[in-house]
Design a protein around this ligand. Structure first.
Ligand code: MN
Length: 340
């Protein structure tokens, strides 16, 4: 699916703007990587640019260039509110509904700035003036590359921009294991390597940074909290706040845990339920043509991609898990006939 107003956005950026880049709550590698790359590009183009995230990002992304310039709404509210009111253009990167900004959503929606979405998730909200929305792509980072390329500015991509884009693509594809069956993704990767990035080093910076607690939390999740339901080709992991406290949980520590549940042979859908201040965060993953986006959207008011989606539940852990388990009989056939 492709829905872009590129020429209108190009026209908009033809004169210097005061731009605020926003991304989603619980920012991941693609949210941060695409924001940093786009930030640097727009600065090089002579715009006045600031970046905000609703809440903190994981520390394994801190090495990227310009992370010190990202304002965290939950910690620097005044600074962000100022940036919102000064902005003439506000971008949504790696998410497509301003409501996902949580407490920052109100002020952003009330702003008179032109709202632009640059994203790869399904079904962008109608609240945007302009869209650069492409779903058949690896990541928002790849779309930022496409955008810069379409602007005729590929020569502005320096090593710092290339590292941020590479980080977005690597993390959003699980190190090239999903959402990456596109020749073009690898052409973009080749272009980034030509900017002198060190892919092996970046991989170590992103993935070989577990704390002992994080690794033990993973071990505990797999040995004690993994439930496998072979009859439904489904497996899930549930982590209460006590579990997370026990392993001194820090932001990012449950990143990727759900993929282990999906890695079991014959399992076509996996879920991770983790308890955060009075809500349950749910990550869904699936293989092949079984869409967890439908499960997330229809039953948990969430969304995302066909094979990777998320939602937040305000029910208890028990009620949330039960709601999920009760759905499974309805999807039994679809779950057992997954192809590809
Ligand atoms: Mn993404």
């Amino acid at each position: 699916m492709e829905d872009t107003d590129f020429s209108k956005i190009q026209e908009l950026l033809a004169s210097p703007q005061t731009i605020l880049l926003t991304t989603h709550t619980n920012p991941d590698g693609d949210a941060i990587g695409s924001s940093l790359a786009f930030y640097r590009y727009l600065m090089l183009k002579g715009h006045s640019v600031s970046m905000m995230v609703p809440d903190p990002f994981p520390s394994f992304l801190a090495w990227l260039t310009d992370t010190g310039k990202i304002a965290v709404f939950s910690q620097q509210k005044e600074q962000v509110l100022q940036a919102i009111s000064a902005a003439t253009v506000i971008f949504s990167l790696d998410y497509n509904d301003l409501n996902r900004l949580n407490d920052a959503a109100g002020p952003v929606m009330a702003s008179s700035a032109i709202k632009v979405v640059l994203d790869h998730h399904l079904y962008p909200a109608e609240q945007y003036d302009f869209k650069f929305s492409v779903t058949k792509t690896s990541s928002t980072a790849e779309l930022v590359f496409d955008f810069i390329h379409a602007m005729g500015d590929e020569e502005l991509i320096d090593k710092a921009i290339a590292e941020s884009l590479y980080t977005g693509i690597v993390t959003d594809t699980g190190s090239f294991s999903y959402s990456c069956n596109y020749v073009k993704t690898y052409e973009v990767i080749a272009a980034l390597f030509r900017r002198g990035i060190d892919g092996e080093h970046i991989h170590r910076l992103i993935y070989d940074t577990y704390s002992e607690h994080r690794l033990r939390l993973l071990g505990y999740s797999l040995s004690d909290k993994l439930v496998v339901l072979p009859e439904y080709h489904t497996a899930y992991i549930w982590l209460t706040s006590e579990d997370l406290d026990r392993f001194h949980y820090r932001i990012g520590d449950t990143e990727g845990v759900v993929n282990y549940a999906l890695s079991i042979e014959g399992i076509n859908m996996a879920a991770l339920f983790s308890e955060r201040d009075n809500s349950i965060r749910i990550s869904f993953r699936s293989k092949g043509n079984f869409s967890v986006e439908r499960i997330a959207k229809d039953h948990f008011d969430g969304g995302g991609h066909a094979n990777a989606s998320g939602a937040t539940s305000y029910l208890s852990m028990e009620e949330t898990v039960n709601r999920f388990r009760n759905l499974l009989p309805h999807y039994r056939d679809a779950l057992s006939t997954v192809y590809k």
